[in-house]
Design a protein around this ligand. Structure first.
Ligand code: ACO
Length: 391
């Protein structure tokens, strides 16, 4: 039996670039889509501050802005809405595939699975043609709310509701989910939440979208990768966890003791902290205003009171460390008040972020370079092959 030579460490002559864990702060692309100042708590889409968009814009108008880099005229916006709603109707074979999904699966897994299915029933996208790219973007965005609502109904044994092209994206989602026309407050609050979640520079899911796009594949595949990436609890999945956390606290009076226990065991408080923001996330500020409006109009809930108390207590300890509420801290309690099931929160985030993902897919397609980063090899060199019978 050959005596194996001890594996050698990497040759010391090779220069080793410094590893930045999580690529924190490393630019992955040039982009004109959105901007964040994490110290000042600023987020802007195409130069427009998020607070202004939340107050004055709609999800459709914001999507137009993200995709076209300018605000539409009324005629352009009307035409855009007509283009989008023209794709509301989903082919029967796609809905048949949705009905066949396991009812016990998570709606995010269902949404991710439906993207390649949508691709299979759609015309081939010509990546070199801006008209074809636009058409594909509309198809993907239009399908999102309908697929999410349809899966939610099918898994509960209910009929799928046909979309209503007269309604906004937000209104149509609530209609397809509940089978009732939403009232003005519900529609406006969801619409505003969609605007707030639509885009956020080079976050994990957008990066994933751009990496997939860089292989010169279509929007269905790139968005499918992004949906899967958003699912994790350190990213979009945190909104579900926030609600579970608030329920576990069991009332504002328990918030102090619960928080101290988390700090003592160095456990994370979900819905707080952010890789980029070292002050309160501007989206959390805007969502808090929405929550206030909603709870004043519809009556408060214990979870909302618990969230306000937890925020106050955490600020005293975490504030100096730059850990503040992020977008997920208030979104879940708002969605719950709108009667949306907890595991549909992250799909709503995905629906909103699809506008941003597609803006990035389009930007990547315009000036593509395949992503192929390096690595720092930590394995052995010149390992000796030992026949299997001698190992
Ligand atoms: N609760 C308690 N401590 C925290 C929190 C938190 N929510 N966030 C960060 N910290 C602490 C960490 O424990 C760590 O402390 P240490 O230096 O003593 O070890 C330090 O702050 C740095 O934390 P990291 O997780 O390494 O920092 P990162 O930049 O990766 O954090 C992240 C970003 C992942 C979002 C983190 O804040 C977190 O896990 N938050 C909770 C989950 C959450 O709400 N995610 C949603 C983010 S928003 C979005 O994706 C839409």
């Amino acid at each position: 039996m050959p005596s194996p030579k001890a594996p050698q460490p990497p040759p010391s002559t090779l220069s080793t670039p410094e590893l930045i864990p999580g690529l924190a702060g490393i630019p992955a692309a040039e982009s004109s889509i959105s901007f964040i100042d994490g110290q000042e708590g600023i987020l802007a889409y195409r130069g427009h501050r998020i607070e202004v968009l939340a107050e004055h814009s709609t999800f459709e108008e914001t999507t137009y802005l993200l995709w076209n880099a300018c605000l539409p005229t009324q005629a352009e916006l009307d035409a855009f809405k007509i283009e989008l709603t023209a794709h509301y109707h989903l082919p029967d074979e796609l809905l048949a595939a949705l009905r066949a999904l396991p009812a016990g699966g998570h709606p995010m897994a269902a949404l991710q699975a439906m993207m390649p299915m949508l691709r299979m029933v759609s015309p081939v996208c010509n990546l070199k043609d801006p008209v074809s790219r636009h058409e594909t973007s509309l198809r993907v965005l239009a399908a999102m709310p309908i697929l999410i609502a349809a899966f939610e109904r099918v898994r509960r044994g209910k009929e799928i509701i046909a979309p209503d092209p007269e309604l906004s994206v937000a209104g149509n989602f609530l209609w397809c989910l509940n089978g009732e026309k939403p009232d003005a407050i519900e529609e406006r609050i969801l619409d505003c939440a969609l605007v707030l979640h639509a885009e956020h520079t080079m976050n994990a899911s957008t990066f994933a979208c751009r990496v997939v796009a860089s292989t010169e594949t279509d929007a269905y595949t790139a968005v499918s990768g992004a949906v899967g990436t958003l699912f994790g609890p350190l990213h979009g999945g945190a909104n579900e966890r926030v609600l579970e956390q608030l329920e576990a606290i069991g009332g504002a009076e328990n918030a102090q003791a619960w928080f101290q226990a988390q700090v003592a065991k160095k456990a994370k408080v979900m819905g707080m902290g952010h890789r980029v923001y070292k002050t309160k996330d501007p989206r959390a500020r805007a969502l808090q205003l929405l929550a206030k409006e909603l709870f004043e109009a519809r009556g408060t809930t214990e979870l909302y009171a618990t969230a306000l108390e937890l925020e106050k207590i955490a600020a005293e300890v975490f504030g100096a460390r730059g850990i503040w509420p992020n977008v997920d801290f208030f979104s879940g309690i708002v969605y719950q008040k709108l009667g949306i099931p907890t595991d549909v929160f992250t799909p709503i985030f995905a629906l909103a972020r699809t506008a941003g993902w597609l803006a990035h897919w389009r930007e990547q397609m315009r000036d593509n370079k395949l992503f192929r980063p390096g690595q720092i090899y930590t394995g052995v060199h010149d390992a000796t092959w030992v026949p299997i019978e001698d190992r």
